[in-house]
Ligand binder design. Sequence first.
Ligand SMILES: Cc1cc2nc3c(=O)[nH]c(=O)nc-3n(C[C@H](O)[C@H](O)[C@H](O)COP(=O)(O)OP(=O)(O)OC[C@H]3O[C@@H](n4cnc5c(N)ncnc54)[C@H](O)[C@@H]3O)c2cc1C
Length: 527
Amino acid sequence: MGTDTPQSHRVRGGSLPHHWTRVDDPTAESVVASYETVIAGGGPAGLTAGYELAKHGRGAVVLEADPRMVGGISRTDEYKGYRFDIGGHRFFSKSSEINALWQEILGDEFVTRTRLSRIYYRRKFFHYPLKPLDALVKLGPVRAARIVLSYAKARLRPIAPERSFEDWVVNRFGRELFATFFKSYTEKVWGMSTSEMSADWAAQRIKGLSLTKAVLGALLGGRKSKRGEVIKTLIEEFQYPRLGPGQMWETARDRIRELGGAVHNDRRVVRIEHDGSAVRAFLTVDAQGRRCRYHGNHFLSTMPIRELIRAMDPPAPPEVVRAAESLRYRDFLSVVLIVNRAETFPDTWIYIHEPDVLVGRIQNFKNWSPDMVPDHSRSSLGMEYFCFEGDNLWTMADSDLVALGRREIDAIGLARAEDVVDGCVVRMPKAYPVYDDVYQDHLAVIRRWLASLGNLELAGRNGMHKYNNQDHSMMTALLAARNILGLGRYDTWKVNTDAEYHEDGDGPGSDRTGRLVPRRVAAAEAS
Ligand SMILES: Cc1cc2nc3c(=O)[nH]c(=O)nc-3n(C[C@H](O)[C@H](O)[C@H](O)COP(=O)(O)OP(=O)(O)OC[C@H]3O[C@@H](n4cnc5c(N)ncnc54)[C@H](O)[C@@H]3O)c2cc1C
């Protein structure tokens, strides 16, 4: 069964000896294993924790549901030699510790990329972030006049009070620019109307990009805010592994194994056995339905909180189950098109604001790294669709999705349908944890109950229901591992948007919620 050679009876410094016991009944838990620490999920968080523990010579196993890949949302998939991300993954962090860790794992396998990611609208490319002068020139005199008039109207008679994302943007850019450049893309991503999203999200997300500031920025060429901080949307250089983000996580997996730790694929954790005060074992099922039980002293979960609570045995109290079932997610699928063209467009990715197509963003993978394609006379484009698991897009047959992608790339004029020679589809459930009106209340109920399981740590993106980037997911995992190692007592919920850890007493204003996402108007007003 296992993908690793079982490391039978090998005792490592400070670790619980882990061992395998084969039992005869193949329908029961046919393999039982013990490790000092058992980790659910082989994405960036689970592998970071596994690596940290292995570096300290402590026995750990990472259990990954996928039969062959690691890296989770940050994996790199492959189709006929074409490598592609689930979305493009930039490596950018303000945390020196995370940057050092990336270097330690991948070293000179990084390439430095210059970001070019424009908005595509009515067969023209516009700067992203939006540069109003550029937009006015490209939209033509009639449209430009309408934009200027609607901007003037918004300045003279601003919407008050400013409740929604829509109100906020209209007040700063005018309704015409809002309708052209903000509405359709934002609604595609989040699956809700911009009039339902809270204004504070727009204020934080689009900060520093008001019309006036954008014009001044264009004239002065500055990229720094007053405090000298890089404005996030303007980051123009970033690191990228030569073979995509999956290279980072495949290397991390290999390092863990070299250091004596274990990473097992095809191990979906389906049962968390506990006694009310501590977790005793994770039970996994593989693709053939075979079950393994992993005992341990410490447990770390990066699996989605909803699944974690569903897996509790005995079940969590009803109010905790209700809270977990109320957590929501936004899902994502990518249609990868192989195009018989050496060059399509120079961007790493493009935001699609064309009104009549469903595609939200298009990645051009060879512009992330030339080594992402096996044949330089061709390109591979990732057509990204935001959806909900089970909706029309999600359930569409792969061949129909490839046909849709081919139609849409032709319709918007970025490639000709006849140049699309092949394609594949990858679906990513739970790509985005949703921050709705009530998710924080639900999380509080869940966290209160989980606190009673003293040897269970949570880390990562869906593992904590936080809209985290890799660095943030990794930092929560590093701290969780250090708790296990006895190197401190860190509250992983206090890792902020810059993957920095805040001690108690940072004050109520400090942001501990992860990256920014829209909230519904009602929730924003209540807080
Ligand atoms: C479209 C998109 C673009 C992004 N772009 C960037 C970017 O540019 N830069 C960046 O830094 N970050 C980016 N991110 C965020 C990044 O993908 C995540 O922060 C990161 O992958 C989270 O790591 P994780 O380990 O917490 O979770 P995941 O990546 O979700 O990994 C969790 C793993 O656990 C496994 N698992 C789940 N349930 C079980 C179970 N029951 N048993 C066993 N295993 C299980 C899953 O198969 C998965 O491998 C992007 C995300 C998306 C959706």
